[in-house]
Design a protein around this ligand. Structure first.
Ligand code: NAP
Length: 300
């Protein structure tokens, strides 16, 4: 890596806690590969200090940063501008410094879509079942709408939260397949036990956006082995979790003949989009991917 000098510029990630973040690993690998005079650091920022931190970052010329839990929503009123996509998702995960203040967007959506878009399919006949109705589920819904998926169903355990989730999409319009004309986002919500009625639909995309199965609860799966066996082999199982690799859910899905996608590619691709926004150059995605996979293999 180039030496840190008086001209070295700063990027980073803010969250609380932040020590577990894999973003420094991915971004510094890209910075090193391109020989850039930058460093990417993790900054723990308590909720009460968020506004002070942003002012301080602007004062010292920090170029941009990733934003993670618990700041993805609360940062929005502190920004001068956010993209319509971030507005729709209701969360910002990437900000950059401009002469008129901090601007923000959401790159989780592009990250989520990336491995699906790479398949080059027509998604209009696909039914999506999203497990969980938290922050990541919002990026999944926006992504599936952008892909043009036929139906989007979201499953949760709390009726009030589900109702709130559904109504939050009511007036939201987003483009589909890069078209110019935005289309209303249509989401159906269900309690968890209604999943069995959908599970054997043709062309199902089953997405786990809950933390069930995440390290250290590695023996847990959001849906049972019996239920996964009822899912058609043509279904795709997508787990946003990136450690362990694979999760129990993806292990069971693979045993049932389903195609499986884990959360590493989403993590890499959301970072790649952010990197390009900050540095106005294409990131070395393969280096970012390999560094992450190697890091996960040696540390988890
Ligand atoms: P979140 O906002 O806390 O949402 C979690 C959702 O899971 C909520 O709907 C919650 O239900 C549900 N849930 C949690 N435990 C459950 C249980 N035991 N049974 C049923 N439902 C349960 O979290 P998030 O930010 O959306 O993140 C979710 C997962 O996605 C995490 O594992 C995270 O690591 C992963 N993620 C990955 C990436 C990536 O780049 N690969 C990006 C973002 C997130 P209630 O609302 O009822 O509590």
């Amino acid at each position: 890596m180039p030496q840190i000098t008086g001209t070295t510029k700063l990027l980073g990630v803010i969250g609380n806690p932040i020590g577990h973040s894999l973003s420094p690993v991915i971004h510094n690998a890209a910075i090193e590969q391109l020989g850039l005079d930058y460093r990417y650091l993790a900054f723990p920022v308590a909720p009460a200090n968020l506004a002070i931190a942003l002012d301080g970052f602007a004062a010292i010329g920090l170029v941009g940063c990733s934003v993670t839990i618990p700041h993805k929503q609360t940062i929005i009123p502190l920004l001068a501008e956010i993209t319509p996509l971030a507005q729709a998702v209701g969360a910002v995960n990437t900000v950059w410094n401009t002469p008129t203040g901090w601007h923000g967007t959401n790159t989780d959506v592009a990250g989520f879509i990336s491995p699906l878009a790479a398949m080059g399919r027509d998604w209009s006949q696909t039914t999506v079942a999203v497990l969980g109705n938290g922050g990541a589920a919002r990026a999944v819904v926006a992504g599936c709408h952008q892909l043009g998926c036929g139906e989007i169903h979201v499953f949760g355990r709390d009726a009030a939260k589900l109702a709130q989730f559904r109504s939050s999409w009511q007036d939201i319009q987003l483009t589909v397949n890069g078209d110019d004309i935005p289309m209303p986002v249509t989401v159906q919500t269900h309690l968890w036990d209604e999943l069995s009625s959908l599970i054997n639909k043709a062309n199902l995309l089953l997405v786990n956006s809950t933390p069930i199965g995440m390290y250290p609860q590695i023996e847990a799966s959001p849906i049972s082995a019996e239920m996964i066996q009822k899912t058609g082999a043509k279904a795709i199982a997508y787990d946003l979790i990136y450690t362990p690799r694979p999760t129990k859910f993806l292990q069971l899905a693979k045993e049932s003949g389903m195609m499986t996608i884990d959360g590493t590619e989403m993590l890499v691709q959301q970072g790649a989009v952010a990197f390009e926004l900050w540095l106005q150059q294409s990131p070395p995605i393969e280096i970012m991917r390999q560094t992450l996979i190697q890091h996960l293999a040696t540390t988890h």
